[in-house]
Design a binder for this molecule. Structure first.
Ligand SMILES: Nc1nc2c(ncn2[C@@H]2O[C@H](COP(=O)(O)OP(=O)(O)OP(=O)(O)O)[C@@H](O)[C@H]2O)c(=O)[nH]1
Ligand SMILES: [Mg+2]
Length: 333
């Protein structure tokens, strides 16, 4: 059911010495069930938006009205016009062929198709580089710093990896402090530069520290920027280049945070960011506060970029590896 952190990360050999011991099968199962319940609860707004329509739709016979109402429900949950048309078209086709009979079968098949559309590309994070460098990017306030902190916490406390956090958001002193607090919480090393320094030089130093201290993972937090600000997008490209000069092949992962409450606008942001820099994965944040959670399914499908992480709240445990099947079931069930 629920995807584990250890399924998200690709590592070499055995778990590092600092990692928490493996839970017994029974305890692990209990934890999985608990996590699914938490995910389901955090997606309540989207589920309600979808659910009311689905409930009414799925009880009736499958006719033109069914397909219309289903389309409306999916569009409302921000699954997106293209994805919705594809999914409903497929359902309609299968129902006409006699492959789907009744509401329960329709619900089951709908879930399956949503899972299919959301699965794209390699959704792992490969940690076999030494160190693995992860660059965080995204529009202002979408959750870069929070995600950086939570990710560092899981890497460090649960998996026993040594982590360096790099404050390459040099515009605001408060941003640097915010990341410093997360670093402390996560037990991660922290690299910062003087105020208003060129962010790429801080990134350069951060990766250097990671190499010199033999760290497993370096996460570089950057300032928020709009995909329309050419100068700032250029700066992001420069940060990437400079990191690559320090360590060949780095950054190994460029994660784009998208605030899911912005719905289709988030899709647009992701499109333009991925044109400017090579985005390797998406982090859909704030899924707990929106009825537009369907965006997680649409965005992966439309852009062909895998969603790797989701944010379902402000607490540490509210960052989770994304698993399409678990997510679709939490929405529809
Ligand atoms: N409810 C909820 N809040 C979140 C989530 N992720 C982040 N937030 C909140 O969103 C706000 C902005 O998060 P930040 O991490 O500071 O965002 P940022 O992208 O670093 O912002 P800038 O650096 O200003 O561009 C904070 O109040 C976070 O607590 C989430 O998954 N759920
Ligand atoms: Mg920030």
């Amino acid at each position: 059911m629920a995807r584990e952190w250890t399924d998200l990360f690709i590592v070499d050999g055995a778990a590092p010495a600092g990692a928490e011991p493996q839970a017994t099968a029974a305890v692990a199962e209990q934890q999985r069930v608990g996590r699914f319940a938490r995910l389901r609860e955090s997606l309540r707004k989207t589920r309600q938006a979808l659910g009311a329509e689905l409930q009414a739709t799925l009880l009736e016979e499958l006719n033109d009205e069914t397909w219309e109402r289903l389309e409306e429900a999916l569009i409302y949950a921000d699954v997106g016009a293209r994805t919705t048309a594809e999914v409903v078209g497929q359902l309609e086709h299968e129902a006409a062929d006699g492959g789907i009979v009744g509401g329960e079968a329709l619900r089951e098949r709908l879930t399956e198709l949503l899972v299919e559309v959301a699965r794209t590309g390699d959704d792992h994070i490969d940690l076999r580089h030494k160190p693995t460098v992860i660059l965080m990017a995204g529009v202002n306030g979408t959750g870069k710093t929070t995600t950086t902190g939570k990710l560092a916490y899981h890497l460090s406390k649960e998996l026993g990896h040594s982590v360096v956090l790099v404050a390459a958001d040099t515009f605001r002193a408060a941003a640097v402090e915010q990341l410093g607090i997360w670093a402390e919480r996560a037990g991660a090393a922290f690299v910062r530069g003087p105020d208003r320094t060129d962010p790429s030089s801080v990134a350069f130093e951060g990766v250097k520290t990671g190499i010199e201290t033999g760290a497993d993972v370096v996460i570089v937090d950057t300032a928020g920027r709009l995909h329309t600000q050419d100068d700032l997008m250029g700066e992001l490209s420069k940060i990437r280049r400079v990191i690559g000069k320090q360590l060949e092949g780095a950054p190994h992962e460029t994660l784009l945070t998208v605030d899911s409450t912005t719905g289709q606008n988030g899709l647009r942001q992701a499109q333009l960011f991925s044109q400017a820099i090579d985005v390797t994965g998406l982090v859909l944040t704030k899924l707990d506060g929106t009825a537009k959670g369907g965006i997680a399914l649409a965005i992966a499908h439309d852009l062909g970029i895998p969603v790797k992480l989701i944010g379902i709240g402000e607490k540490l445990e509210d960052l989770r590896p994304f698993e399409a099947s678990e997510f679709a079931r939490a929405l529809i069930s």
